[in-house]
Write a protein that binds this ligand. Structure first.
Ligand code: UGA
Length: 437
């Protein structure tokens, strides 16, 4: 089938290549000429494991363009543009609205627009009214992919959610999307069909639950620090209860990225608009707990080192999570910036994110205080402390004995509770974790 994917960020670009992998002929459209030029030559514009191979394997069925007219002639149009956070915390719908307006002239009767972006509840109903005069129809199909696993999550999702209208058109839309996803459905992937509002809510409810789970364990980390308990052992013990589960119970410097932080804020803002803000007031606590984690690292450093001005601190990790070069709302990069503002000379290290991080550091006017490098041992040279801010595998598996010879002062702050604390202590380091010592 001929498909278009409008918006070629992490979500759209991976979706486009994955749909080609399923055998469809796909056109990816984005307003960013650099991104399109890169994708058109088969080069991923961001770091995502397996994505370059997927692009290369499907060159024949993939094309990319900055021109919306390329959508003409496609039967199904996936909307995958970004929905960033507005300054007031609500969802900025500019790109979604613009993409749909721009697409309208190229829609024909029988076409299906499939929304994938994360949007405030009520959006699909509104967009359907925009699309309907063309004779095309619309459904909502939220995406649950995780960065770092985007290819795997798109080709083998744990569920497919369809938000459809409760009429003949909704039945036809379901059948058409089933055709697009036939190879995925053949693997017995659960497919849940529901109305627009429910499908839109599934996405933000899932992300809010995950964010709450992380902030819950981080709240326990605060209690653990005050009582001498160990939050990792606590998580292991409560996680054995199937009703709780161990995943997403890793305490540390908290969640970041382009999804969880903005989604909880956008969801709360939408609930307030709908007059049910009280139902989500707890998300403010989730957000507050999360942001406190970033400040906690600096508190530990001050407690251990005293005045930070003039110190040299190595921060291992800049991306918001491992296997990604994404620095959007990255707790790691926030820590780098606040240390630099406190007069610290920061040597930041990350295997993939030094490029985007150095642009943000320059924009913040902090280039004089921050040196970025891929080599984490080099970054630790003569450091007064090492902060582990992103749990990349090669940080986790670094032999502390080999690090001890580089540093000026043997202090490690494990912001992701990902190191073998005994091994670091045995190598002579003062080890400080987050809710464990
Ligand atoms: C998240 C969701 O997990 C996806 O299901 C969803 O599709 C996606 O948002 C989205 O809305 O597009 P992602 O942002 O890629 O995916 O990252 P996660 O793996 O959820 O991690 C988010 C943050 O939480 C990271 O900063 C991570 O370090 C942190 N985290 C995660 C913890 O601090 N503790 C944990 O136990 C787990």
């Amino acid at each position: 089938m001929k498909l278009s994917v409008i918006g070629c960020g992490y979500l759209g670009a991976v979706h486009a290549a994955s749909m080609a992998e399923l055998g469809h002929e796909v056109t990816g459209i984005d307003v960013d000429p650099e991104r399109i030029a890169s994708l058109a030559t088969g080069v991923a514009p961001f770091h995502e494991p397996g994505f370059n191979d997927l692009l290369a394997a499907n060159q024949q069925r993939l094309s990319f363009s900055t021109d919306m007219s390329a959508a003409h002639g496609c039967r199904v149009h996936f909307l995958a543009v970004g929905t960033p956070q507005s300054p007031d915390g609500s969802v900025d719908m500019t790109y979604v609205n613009q993409a749909v307006s721009d697409l309208l002239p190229y829609l024909k009767p029988g076409d299906l627009v499939v929304g994938k972006s994360t949007v405030p509840v009520g959006t699909a109903e509104r967009l359907l009214q925009m699309v309907a005069p063309t004779g095309a129809h619309l459904m909502w199909n939220p995406e649950f992919l995780r960065e770092g696993f985007a290819v795997e999550d798109t080709l083998a999702p744990d569920r497919l959610v369809y938000g459809v209208t409760d009429d003949e058109a909704g039945i036809k839309d379901t059948a058409l999307l089933d055709e697009v996803y036939a190879a995925i459905l053949a693997k017995n992937t659960p497919r849940l069909v529901m109305n627009f509002a429910t499908a839109e809510l599934v996405k933000v409810a899932a992300n809010s639950f995950l964010a709450t789970k992380i902030s819950f364990i981080n709240a326990m980390a605060e209690i653990a620090d005050a009582t001498g308990a160990n939050v990792t052992q606590l998580a292991d013990a409560i996680g054995h209860d199937d009703r709780i589960g161990r995943r997403f119970l890793n305490a540390g410097i908290g969640f970041g990225g382009g999804c969880l932080p903005k989604d909880i804020r956008g969801f709360a803002a939408r609930a307030t608009e709908l007059g049910v803000g009280d139902a989500l007031s707890f998300l403010q606590d989730v957000d507050d707990i999360n942001l406190r984690r970033r400040a906690r690292v600096q508190d530990i450093l001050v407690a251990e080192l005293g005045e930070l001005k003039g110190k040299k601190i190595a921060v291992w990790g800049l991306a918001f999570k491992p296997d990604s070069d994404d620095i959007r709302d990255s707790p790691a990069l926030d820590i780098v910036e606040s240390l630099a503002r406190a007069g610290v000379h920061v040597t930041g290290s990350d295997p993939e994110a030094t490029g985007p991080a150095s642009r943000r550091i320059a924009a913040a006017g902090l280039s004089d205080s921050v040196t970025l490098a891929v080599d984490h041992l080099g970054a630790a040279q003569d450091a007064d402390a090492i902060v582990v801010a992103t749990e990349w595998k090669h940080f986790r598996t670094t032999d502390p004995v080999s690090v001890a010879g580089h540093v000026k002062n043997a202090l490690v702050v494990d912001g992701r509770n990902c190191l073998d604390s005994d091994a670091w202590k045995d190598a002579g380091f003062v080890y400080r974790g987050m809710g464990r010592s």
